[in-house]
Design a protein around this ligand. Structure first.
Ligand SMILES: [Fe+2]
Ligand SMILES: [Fe+2]
Length: 250
């Protein structure tokens, strides 16, 4: 048996971020459904034993090469506060920039290509809805969750029990945010399906091609963004909250 077969896909990514490219290519969801084992994911995708073996060998090969600068793919931080700052400066900033540009490109593409490509209308609606939903989502993270995480880290430094309001349990807040991630991931997947995996059709103009490229980069960035939150930040924040509650009585 291959040693990665029974590992959760998110754990493989956490220890070997260079597999992200391979996972993206095979549409393996390592962010929202990162808890699934690689074997379960491949079975769900109906890989034959032979296909499975080949893919697992490819993963081993990729991991063995270890030439990639892992910090460039998935940076690591000494504190959760630093991780939240990275998320805001990198992924939230990128998302806001794209949320301003993508709708403009979409409007042009729909106008020029809807006759030959009616699918662009549905893709536009879905993309606009996901962009609209992600803005308050990021706002919730930046104004509620991330400051709370910073507060918990301060409590640890001062060896104090945290004093949180009734609705401020980190776990409760995270549950809601994880649901938002699931929804956004599902919607971008539908957009990708509608737009033929972002392969430009023969009659695509430059704007159409640019839009498809942007949507693909947007989706990849969202996967890394959600992975950093769901699989790194959130579990560590919950662990910290539990530690503080059980260790410090006052
Ligand atoms: Fe975020
Ligand atoms: Fe998020």
């Amino acid at each position: 048996m291959n040693k990665y077969e029974n590992e959760a896909v998110r754990d493989i990514v956490l220890s070997h971020p260079q597999v992200i490219k391979l996972f993206e290519k095979r549409r393996i969801d390592f962010c929202c459904n990162g808890h699934s084992t690689l074997s379960a994911v491949l079975n769900e995708k109906r890989y034959t034993e032979n296909q499975k073996e080949k893919f697992l060998a490819k993963i081993e090969e990729e991991i063995a090469s270890e030439i990639t600068n892992r910090a460039a793919i998935l940076p690591e931080f000494a504190t959760l506060k630093e991780l939240t700052q990275h998320i805001v400066q990198t992924h939230h900033a990128f998302l806001l920039k794209e949320a301003a540009e993508i709708p403009i490109l979409f409007a042009k593409v729909v106008k020029a290509h809807v006759a030959n490509h009616p699918e662009v209308t549905g893709a536009e609606q879905l993309t606009l809805s996901v962009l609209k939903d992600l803005k308050p989502h990021m706002n919730k993270e930046e104004t509620i969750l991330f400051p709370l995480i910073k507060y918990l880290e301060d409590c640890k430094r001062f060896e104090e029990k945290p004093h949180l309001g009734r609705n401020q349990s980190i776990r409760k807040i995270i549950n809601v945010l994880e649901l938002d991630h699931q929804t956004a991931g599902g919607v971008t997947e539908k957009v990708r399906e509608l737009l033929n995996d972002y392969k430009a059709p023969e009659d695509a103009c430059t704007t159409y091609t640019l839009l498809l490229q942007k949507l693909e980069i947007f989706e990849k960035d969202l996967h890394i963004h959600v992975h950093l939150e769901n699989n790194v930040l959130f579990p560590k924040a919950i662990e910290l909250e539990n530690f503080l509650h059980t260790t410090y009585k006052r």
